[in-house]
Write a protein that binds this ligand. Structure first.
Ligand code: FAD
Length: 379
C-alpha cells in the first residue's frame, strides 16, 4: 500500500473526487483519496436532489456557482465519459404568499447585483412555464440557466475518470486525526493507526471535517442535519425544469427516466434521532410531511406512488456558506466542507479551484469570503 503522496484528500464524496480528478488532469502524479465507508459517494454526494442552481444562493457563493454552470457543467458528460444527465431548463422558486414573494424578490435583487440572470414572474407566467403547478401559486423567481443533473453518475464519473488518470482510492479508511511535522500538516492518521503522509492535505469529509480539523487546532463551526429524498414511480413526461419554494418545504425535478425526485425539509429534522450517524433512514412522520408539501404545489402528482425514500446528512455551516481554502493556522491543510445542503451543483467548480490552490495558482474566482478562518476574532 502506497502511503505517501503529493496530495492526500480526505473524503470520497463529489468534492474529494472532483478535486482528485482536476489534480490528476493538471499533472499531479501522486494523489490518494481516503474514504471512511466501504463505497465512494456514500455521503450526501450520491443521496442528493441533483439541483444545479445559482438562484437562491448567498451572494458569496454565486461567483463560483455561476462559473461552474457557464464553464464546466455543459461539457461534463463528454469530459468524464458518463452521462451526468445535465439538464439546463431553468428553476422556478415558487411563492404562495406576499411574504414569500418579498423573500424571493430580495434574493433575486441581490443575485442580480452580481450578474445572475434571475427575474420575478407572476402567476400567469408561472403557469406558462409549467402548467402542472397549483393555481394557488401567486408568483416565483425564474432563473433560466439553472438546472439539474444525476448525482450518482456525476460523483462516480469523477471517481472513474480520476482512477483512469492514476488517482489511488482507499475505502474503509477512516481518518482520526492530522499531525503537523515541523509546523506543517503532513500526516493523516487512520483510526487503526495507519499513517499516510502528504505534501498537502485536502479535507473534504463533510460534517466529519470539523472533528478532524480540530486535531490541528482549526475549528470549522457547523452542525449536522438530516435531509430526505423520495422518488415516485415513473410518470409521463411533464417538465424538465427544477422546482423549489420560497418556504423551502420541497425541491425536485422529473428525472430523465420519468420518476420525480423530491427532497424536502419536513420541519421535523431537529427531532429526528441524530445521535447515531449510521441511522440514515426516513420515517412515516417525516416522509408524509414531505409528500403533503409536494402535493400542495404539484397537485397532479397526488396519486403518484412513492417507490423509495432515503436520507442523508447536511453539513450546515454556521453562516450558511461553505469553508473553502487554505487554513492560515495549519499550513499544508486546505478545507472544503460545510456546503449546507447545496454543494452538489458547485462541486465541479470547487474541485477545480482546490486543484488550483494546491498548485498555488489564482483560483478562477475569488473565494476570500469563504475563508475557513472567517470566524476567527480579528487580532
Ligand atoms: C438529501 C440531500 C439532498 C441534497 N440536495 C442537493 C441539491 O439538490 N443540490 C445541491 O447542490 N446539493 C444538495 N445536497 C448537498 C450535497 O449533496 C452536498 O453538499 C455535497 O454532496 C457535498 O459533497 P462532499 O463531497 O463535500 O460531501 P459528502 O458527499 O458527504 O462526502 C464526504 C465523504 O467523506 C467521508 N468521510 C467522513 N468522515 C470521514 C473520515 N473520518 N475519514 C475519511 N472519510 C470520511 C464520508 O463518508 C463521505 O463519503 C443535498 C444533500 C442531501 C443529504
Amino acid at each position: 500500500m502506497n502511503k505517501t503522496a503529493d496530495v492526500i484528500i480526505i473524503g470520497g464524496g463529489i468534492v474529494g473526487c472532483a478535486a482528485a480528478y482536476y489534480l490528476a488532469k493538471s499533472g499531479t502524479k501522486n494523489v490518494i483519496v481516503l474514504e471512511s465507508t466501504k463505497s465512494i459517494g456514500h455521503g450526501g454526494s450520491c443521496r442528493n436532489g441533483g439541483g444545479v442552481r445559482q438562484s437562491g444562493r448567498d451572494v458569496r457563493e454565486l461567483p463560483y456557482a455561476m462559473y461552474g454552470i457557464e464553464h464546466l457543467w455543459p461539457t461534463l458528460s463528454e469530459e468524464l465519459g458518463v452521462d451526468v444527465e445535465y439538464t439546463q431548463k431553468g428553476n422556478l422558486r415558487l411563492g404562495k404568499t406576499e411574504a414569500h414573494l418579498k423573500k424571493l424578490q430580495t434574493l433575486a435583487d441581490n443575485a442580480k447585483k452580481v450578474g445572475l440572470g434571475v427575474e420575478m414572474v407572476d402567476a400567469k407566467e408561472v403557469q406558462e412555464i409549467c402548467p402542472y403547478l397549483s393555481k394557488e401559486i401567486i408568483g416565483a423567481s425564474w432563473c433560466p440557466t439553472d438546472g439539474h443533473a444525476n448525482p450518482l453518475t456525476t460523483t462516480l464519473g469523477y471517481y472513474k475518470r480520476s482512477l483512469e488518470l492514476g488517482v489511488s482510492y482507499y475505502t474503509d479508511a477512516k481518518v482520526a486525526s492530522l499531525k503537523k511535522i515541523r509546523g506543517k500538516v503532513r500526516q493523516v492518521i487512520l483510526i487503526d493507526g495507519t499513517v499516510f503522509e502528504g505534501e498537502q492535505v485536502i479535507l473534504a469529509a463533510g460534517y466529519e471535517s470539523r472533528a478532524i480539523a480540530r486535531t490541528v487546532g482549526v475549528d470549522l463551526p457547523m452542525t449536522r442535519l438530516i435531509d430526505e429524498m423520495f422518488v415516485t414511480e415513473m410518470q409521463p413526461h411533464m417538465f424538465d425544469i427544477m422546482l423549489g419554494t420560497a418556504a423551502a418545504d420541497f425541491y425536485g425535478h422529473q428525472a430523465h427516466h420519468g420518476s420525480f425526485v423530491f427532497g424536502s425539509e419536513c420541519g421535523y429534522e431537529e427531532v429526528t434521532d441524530m445521535d447515531d450517524p449510521s441511522k440514515l433512514y426516513t420515517n412515516s412522520m417525516t416522509l408524509s410531511a414531505s409528500c403533503r408539501a409536494v402535493m400542495d404545489y404539484v397537485p397532479c402528482l397526488k396519486d403518484a406512488k412513492v417507490v423509495r425514500s432515503w436520507c442523508g446528512w447536511l453539513d450546515n455551516a454556521f453562516d450558511g456558506v461553505p469553508f473553502i481554502g487554505p487554513c492560515l493556522d495549519a499550513e499544508g491543510l486546505i478545507v472544503a466542507c460545510g456546503f449546507t445542503g447545496h454543494g452538489f451543483g458547485t462541486a465541479p467548480a470547487v474541485g477545480l479551484m482546490l486543484s488550483q490552490m494546491v498548485h498555488g495558482e489564482k483560483t478562477v474566482v475569488d473565494l476570500s469570503a469563504l475563508a475557513p478562518n472567517r470566524f476567527m476574532p480579528n487580532k
